[in-house]
Design a protein around this ligand. Structure first.
Ligand code: SF4
Length: 101
């Protein structure tokens, strides 16, 4: 299912607190010329690749990924990562935090 971009932005803004995510204003996915869903079905490999391609051009990809890890986003493409990839990254990230404390 391809969502219309205004719907996507609306959905996206629902999960991001604009007061704590000022980096969002520089996000590549805010560009309305992209017709990409950042919540593709898991089986939609082309959709996943399209979203990741946008993330690859994004100047705030690191901040986006950090936010997704910290807030434990379990759906969607964030910082160029799928939910499965984030689970692996997040597990390692939490281990590093545990070791450092
Ligand atoms: S990394 Fe991807 S999902 Fe995150 S802000 Fe950039 S374009 Fe959007």
């Amino acid at each position: 299912m391809i969502l219309r971009l205004p719907d996507l932005i609306h959905d996206w803004l629902q999960v991001i607190d604009l007061t704590v995510t000022p980096w969002r204003e520089a996000a590549a996915c805010i560009d309305v010329t992209y017709q990409v869903s950042f919540f593709p079905n898991r089986e939609d490999l082309l959709g996943v690749a399209k979203a990741k391609a946008v993330c690859a051009t994004c100047p705030v990809s690191d901040q986006c990924l950090s936010w997704a890890l910290e807030s434990n986003q379990t759906e969607g493409i964030w910082g160029g990562s799928t939910p499965k990839e984030r689970r692996t990254i997040r597990r390692r990230w939490l281990e590093e935090i545990r070791k450092a404390s």
